[in-house]
Design a protein around this ligand. Sequence first.
Ligand SMILES: NC(=O)c1ccc[n+]([C@@H]2O[C@H](COP(=O)([O-])OP(=O)(O)OC[C@H]3O[C@@H](n4cnc5c(N)ncnc54)[C@H](OP(=O)(O)O)[C@@H]3O)[C@@H](O)[C@H]2O)c1
Length: 241
Amino acid sequence: MSGFHALVIGASSAIAQAIIQTLEQDPTCSGITAVSRSDNSHRNSDKVHFVVCDYQQESIEQVCQELMPWQGKIHKVFICNGILHDKTMQPERKIESVNAAQMAACFQANSITPMLWLKSLLPVLKGTSATQVAVFSARVGSISDNKMGGWYSYRASKAALNMLIQTSAVEYARRAKNVKLIAFHPGTTDTPLSQPFQRSVPEGKLFTPSFVAQQLLLLMNNIAMNNQAAYRDWNHQEIEW
Ligand SMILES: NC(=O)c1ccc[n+]([C@@H]2O[C@H](COP(=O)([O-])OP(=O)(O)OC[C@H]3O[C@@H](n4cnc5c(N)ncnc54)[C@H](OP(=O)(O)O)[C@@H]3O)[C@@H](O)[C@H]2O)c1
């Protein structure tokens, strides 16, 4: 089968699931590798192959080694990992709520894990075909856009992610010129991550995962391949870093 191969990391994300469903229907996509902490192997199909990974550095390196047979053939990558809250933590509304455990958890999931993928994927993605890597950031990671304050750990970990994407883009431009890195803001999307915060969202601004998946795929298909990192929202608009 010809066509491009896609890699979806953080495959249990509601948006990642929608991306996988959309790509499954796309005749130009010949196969999808979907990576998650959860074992989804019972959902393997002709087109989708689920892989389990605990996101430790060695595990990420191992998955990327296993992807080497697809070197130069993976043309779309989605790094969907991110945490905002869990049973033990909520985004900080005031400075007194800042604590080391929450900061470390946010930086691990939102900054370090995506960076380890960018590191280990470089030799896999290097090739001649145009390849887009969408890394899920957030508008709150924009330093220049920060008027509201709050959400210290999430905000700072996404700002750090943006810097890691920019820095990686400088090196990818030298070593994997065919790759475009995109820091993507999906907008407020109806997923478990945004669930506790949906009440304040204006009408018509809470998106479905499938709408966001389609917008992202359109963006990736049309974006200029210019060796610079892009920071774009669901509507394809640029966000100031
Ligand atoms: N929903 C929104 O309104 C919104 C707005 C702005 C930005 N975003 C960003 O969009 C991305 C996808 O979010 P979503 O809304 O689809 O959320 P979600 O359904 O809650 O998905 C969570 C994602 O994070 C991964 N994850 C969870 N805990 C992790 C940990 N400890 N270490 C590493 N990865 C972990 C999961 O991967 P596994 O498959 O391995 O479990 C999954 O990919 C995130 O980066 C989020 O920050 C979302």
